[in-house]
Design a protein. Structure first.
Lengths: 434, 66
């Protein structure tokens, strides 16, 4: 303990916060971490990723990691009393939103802070680099550590590129890149860092789960709004390429359903699995290559029941009433009461269908097209009723125009309902040639 | 379990459609190094030992001091 002048005073001497990690480095934690990061399929049995679309802007991701730490590596990874650090994921150097890590009992699990993570990953890199270059000096070691310690992905990539460029005229740097474990670690750790969980009882098989929020912006184009195309969501899932087996599940809001989903490689186009027909998408793949660019692609459509069918019914009724008046009825104020009452009643129904509290925001976005069509039909009805009630001069033409608008709205709604029919789902694979 | 269908070749046109959403992951992909094959698992690394650990600890300390 020291006073403000820096003079040490007698009393309780607390150990430095990073002492357990320095001790772990001295026991060989660098080698153990390198072995785990470079061969995850040998100790991570399975990853299960669940994505829950919370709104049109936020999706909640959860990844559970089922692993068994190799006995030979456990002593080196020990920190403190009976605990060990485990690299449960490789995360990009960026801020995580709403992150948490839990064990099987849903208890919070500690995660190493950035400086301690950098210390251990630096040790992993130097352990391999010192095999590649026997007389690795502090200067070159510092340049390697600068790549690992880069604060963000962009600077990490730049520092790695500078090191790669130096390999052309520096024999020692070239030897580092020729050494596969060192090169692999540099590629892994330039833009990413291992999420180091501090766990008790690593002698048995364990499951930990981490969760965070992903952001998206659902702005469907006009073809999606009219129901011509499904809404397609592409989810980057790098975790699929790490570990032996990978499961993905996508939970969709009520009133939406998947009409086709696939786990595929964005670059090669290889499809690892498909799920053609589900309210909750489930995909599985084993042994996805480490260099793959895996994605989950989901095509989403609104369900037919509910708003689309009700809206179509309202629009057809409005259409029929307007057609009767415009082409067959007598449009005079003396008999205006019943048709006005019918049209206003239809408008009340449409208002009830449009305004629904508590609807999922993604559902709102996908139902924007039929809602606008319904509003158009309702407005046409109100304008026609008003023209009749107040005896505007061209009532018949106003009714005919209103009928045309309502007919167009009904056509749009009919198209939407038809495209949402349940037996269409097996035909929709936007990532395929038809 | 849902039935599986044979998969024809991919059609990249769906990516260009308006309304296709991309959701990024927190997990990262490895940087591809020039002149290297696609990354693959590396096995057979040296086992951790106190001797190797001490050497790395000294190297870390020297790099910090430099």
């Amino acid at each position: 303990m020291a006073d403000r002048a820096g003079e040490r005073r007698p009393g309780v001497q607390l150990p430095a916060l990073d002492q357990p990690y320095l001790d772990a480095v001295a026991r060989g934690a660098g080698d153990a971490l390198a072995a785990l990061v470079l061969a995850e399929e040998s100790w991570v049995h399975r990853r299960v990723e669940t994505l829950d679309v919370l709104s049109e802007e936020i999706a909640r991701r959860q990844v559970s990691v089922d692993f068994a730490l190799p006995d030979a590596l456990r002593p080196a990874l020990r920190v403190g009393e009976g605990q060990a650090v485990v690299p449960v994921a490789l995360l990009r150097k960026q801020i995580l939103r709403n992150f948490d890590l839990r064990n099987e009992a849903e208890e919070a699990v500690s995660v190493l802070a950035r400086d301690h993570t950098a210390l251990l990953t630096g040790a992993a890199l130097l352990a391999q680099a010192s095999d590649a270059v026997r007389d690795l000096g502090p200067g070159l070691a510092g340049r390697l550590l600068a790549v690992v310690r880069s604060p963000d992905a962009t600077s990490g990539r730049e520092r790695l590129a500078a090191l790669e460029a130096a390999a052309e005229h520096d024999v020692a740097v070239a030897a580092l890149f020729a050494h596969e474990p060192t090169a692999r670690l540099l590629g892994d750790l330039a833009e990413n860092y291992p999420l180091l969980a501090v766990l008790d009882d690593t002698a048995r098989r364990r499951i930990v789960k981490y969760r965070y929020d992903s952001f998206l912006a659902a702005r469907p184009g006009w073809r999606v709004a009219l129901g011509l195309d499904p809404l397609v969501i592409r989810l980057s899932v790098p975790a699929a390429a790490r570990g032996a087996r990978y499961h993905a599940e996508v939970a969709l809001p009520e009133e939406l359903r998947s009409v086709g989903a696939a786990l595929l490689d964005d670059e090669t186009g290889e499809v690892h699995d498909e799920d053609p027909d589900a309210d909750r998408v489930a995909l599985y793949a084993a042994d996805v290559p480490l260099g793959a660019r895996p994605e989950v692609v989901v095509a989403i459509r609104p369900q037919r029941r509910g708003l689309p069918s009700a809206a179509l019914g309202v629009a057809v009724v409005v259409c029929l009433v307007l057609a009767s008046g415009a082409f067959g009825g007598r449009l005079s104020a003396a008999v205006a009461g019943p048709p006005i009452a019918v049209l206003l009643a239809a408008s009340a129904v449409f208002a009830g269908a449009v305004v629904r509290a508590g609807e999922h925001r993604m559902v709102q976005e996908l139902f924007a097209g039929p809602r606008r069509a319904l509003v158009a039909a309702g407005m046409a009805a109100v304008i026609a009723a008003t023209a009749l009630a107040f005896q505007f001069g061209v009532v018949t033409w106003i009714w005919r125009a209103a009928f045309a608008v309502a007919l167009a709205a009904a056509a749009v709604l009919a198209l939407f309902v038809w495209r949402c029919r349940p037996n269409l789902r097996i035909q929709e694979y936007p990532w395929r040639q038809s | 379990m849902t039935p599986r269908h044979p998969t024809p070749v991919l059609d990249g046109s769906y990516r260009r459609r308006k309304g296709v959403l991309f959701v990024h992951a927190a997990e990262g992909l490895p940087v591809r190094l020039s002149g290297h094959a696609p990354p693959a698992a590396v096995h057979g690394l040296p086992l951790p030992s106190e001797e190797r650990g001490r050497r790395v600890a000294e190297l870390l300390a020297a790099a910090r001091a430099a």
